[in-house]
Design a protein around this ligand. Structure first.
Ligand code: NAP
Length: 299
């Protein structure tokens, strides 16, 4: 029975992280300070705290310096805006990452809009979204950037291919569609969402099918063209009494069935997820290089 090639996101992310480490070493060997990342964490959401720990650990391993600013969930929006202003003005900080979601009384959009676009290593500021749409250099959100890297390093070409992206969030679906359609990637892109009619029919036309939905197993084997590349971005908790913690992680794709139809597939976990942190490191190095090029007198 045919089985798809599994795209090993952990191995590819390791390779990216090793490369970033070498570039950081070369950068600091020239007498420059290491790139510096500040993460802002508000509240006590355990998942957010765990993501932040993972990001800081990976940064340290890549030779990137940094710190985490933690605040109580009662922090006001005005105070957080003040923190962002201070970090924007601090020449020793290259990258700022505000861990989302923020507590309900703080408007995420207003906070992200206050970031200096040149320190926005998550690529969420509208200036960076605009740069991406216009094909200009800027910060690209880490998950879609990681997906392009997974494809490239797996030897999967996109030129002339029909790509279908299910999901239109600013974080994943929209920027990924931009990346796939831009000159050089040259895919023909369709973006689907919750109002798309005949989703199965559209998905079955895809040479490259990306699921960024947040619904476990929504993409079934019957929605996949034989031999297609299937990229599963979804991270969903599915009840699993057999596990001590009571759940397991599952993607948006019915993996076991899909791998019998697809040509290539990413697993969950171990596919797209590890790439997100790897691209954050790459973006932070890029931020430091841009600041130095802008004569920020950082050396
Ligand atoms: P999101 O903002 O909730 O967007 C989900 C998208 O899916 C929306 O565009 C929505 O359509 C669409 N959708 C929902 N139900 C649908 C359906 N039945 N048919 C077709 N489209 C449907 O989510 P997100 O932030 O993009 O994240 C998507 C998934 O990726 C989540 O599971 C998230 O945890 C995961 N994720 C993983 C990583 C990683 O590092 N691997 C990073 C980010 C996100 P509408 O626009 O019409 O509502």
């Amino acid at each position: 029975m045919q089985q798809a090639n599994t795209i090993d996101g952990r191995a590819i992310a390791r390779a990216v992280r090793t490369e970033v480490r070498s570039k950081v070493d070369a950068w600091t060997a020239g007498g420059r300070r290491p790139p510096y990342l500040t993460v802002v964490l508000v509240g006590d959401n355990p998942a957010s705290a765990s993501y932040v720990r993972g990001k800081m650990r990976a940064s340290a391993q890549a030779g990137i310096a940094g710190d985490t600013l933690r605040f109580e969930s009662s922090l006001t929006e005005e105070s957080l805006l003040g923190v962002i202003d201070r970090l924007n003005a601090d020449r020793s900080v290259d990258g700022i990452l505000v861990q989302l979601p923020l507590p309900g009384h703080i408007n995420d959009r207003r906070i992200i809009a206050r970031l200096s676009p040149d320190k926005d290593v998550d690529g969420l500021h509208v200036v960076n979204a605009g740069r991406l749409a216009a094909g200009q250099a800027g910060f690209v959100p880490c998950t879609p950037a990681g997906i392009m890297e997974l494809l490239r390093r797996s030897g999967i070409t996109t030129s002339g291919k029909r790509a279908v992206v299910v999901g239109r969030s600013n974080l994943v679906g929209k920027p990924l569609a931009q990346l796939l359609m831009q000159k050089g990637a040259d895919a023909t892109v369709t973006v689907c969402h919750s109002r798309t009619r005949n989703l199965s029919v559209v998905c079955r036309e895809a040479d490259i099918l990306v699921a960024a939905i947040g619904r476990a197993g929504l993409i079934t084997a019957g929605m996949i063209k034989p031999g297609a590349v299937v990229i599963d971005v979804g991270i969903n908790r599915v009840d699993d009494p057999a596990r001590e913690r009571g759940y397991r992680l599952a993607g948006d794709v019915d993996f076991e069935a899909a791998r019998r139809v697809a040509g290539w597939i990413t697993p969950v976990p171990g596919g797209v997820g590890p790439m997100t942190i790897a691209m954050l490191l790459s973006n932070t190095l890029f931020a430091a290089q841009r600041h130095a090029a802008g004569n920020n007198n950082r050396a």
